[in-house]
Design a binder for this molecule. Structure first.
Ligand SMILES: Nc1ncnc2c1ncn2[C@@H]1O[C@H](COP(=O)(O)OP(=O)(O)OP(=O)(O)O)[C@@H](O)[C@H]1O
Ligand SMILES: [Mg+2]
Length: 255
């Protein structure tokens, strides 16, 4: 498996909401094991692009390929099962459950979910304990393990973002789309989040595609940046080249 192999490819993606062309002919490729950023002004189509890739927007035009397989048209849970996960700009959590329960639930293919096995605790107890340990490790890495018993509705917005990230990592995805993972978290923790993203990439080979407004932090950790403006990719390249791009400066960085 060559390191520069493409894991995700989008071709001519377009989506309109009435007269608004939210995503307008986007084509891009993401390399396996890379960390890529997606930046652009408010309303430029970033979250909608993630919605199209991850299968949560009904009809749209264009194609999405994940590991060479065309995935558009598949329901989002199928796309997740193939190893492509995502987080949302506004965290989606089970608010009536504890922090630990939320992240345990995010673990893939749990034995106790099988109705034939569920009545036989001896068949799933040890797997359940392993899962709880894994969840605790993930929560610890993001500095929220002390909140494990708290009701998810009682934690702060920033902590919800961290919990959502922990949950996404619990599924051992091959690739993760993160929609503003550091919004609402303290600046120091934003650095730590990106450090743990990089660690996850280095240790597990996870590929990341990240929407982020905190450019200073993002640019330190990404290999490649895409700039989107009015639904179109305006520029792409290494962070050092993007900051010098005149079109990008005019459309976004110069704001
Ligand atoms: N469900 C929807 N119905 C109607 N219009 C929508 C819908 N979702 C997004 N839009 C519009 O599509 C455009 C792109 O929105 P999108 O949320 O993708 O932008 P964004 O780049 O993620 O912005 P932000 O940085 O504020 O999160 C905006 O004009 C937005 O108002
Ligand atoms: Mg958005």
């Amino acid at each position: 498996m060559a390191d520069d192999e493409t894991i995700l490819k989008a071709e001519g993606l377009s989506k309109s909401f009435g007269p608004i062309r939210a995503v307008d002919g986007v084509s891009l490729s993401i390399k396996k094991h890379s960390i890529s950023g997606l930046i652009g002004p408010n309303g430029s189509g970033k979250s909608t692009l993630f919605d199209l890739i991850s299968g949560i927007q009904g009809k749209f035009s264009g194609s999405v390929f994940f590991e060479g397989k065309r995935i558009n048209g598949l329901p989002s849970h199928k796309i997740f099962e193939l190893g492509l996960g995502r987080t949302f700009q506004t965290p989606r959590l089970f608010m009536g459950m504890s922090v630990l329960e939320n992240s345990m639930l995010a673990g893939k293919k749990q034995k106790g979910e099988n109705p034939l096995i569920a009545p036989l605790p001896e068949r799933w107890e040890s797997a359940e304990i392993d899962l709880a340990k894994k969840a605790q490790d993930q929560l610890r890495a993001l500095e929220i393990s002390h909140l494990y018993g708290q009701l998810s509705s009682n934690i702060s917005g920033g902590q919800m973002k961290l919990l959502q990230l922990a949950n996404a990592l619990m599924g051992d995805p091959k690739m993760l789309l993160l929609d503003e993972p550091t919004a609402g978290v303290a600046p120091r923790l934003a650095q730590d989040i990106f450090a743990s993203i990089e660690k996850q990439r280095d240790e597990k080979g996870t590929t990341f595609f990240i929407i982020e407004h905190r450019l200073q932090v993002l640019f330190k950790h990404v290999d490649h940046v895409f700039v989107i403006h009015q639904g179109r990719i305006l520029a792409e390249g290494k962070p050092a080249d993007i900051v010098k791009d005149q079109q990008v400066i005019e459309a976004y960085l110069g704001e």
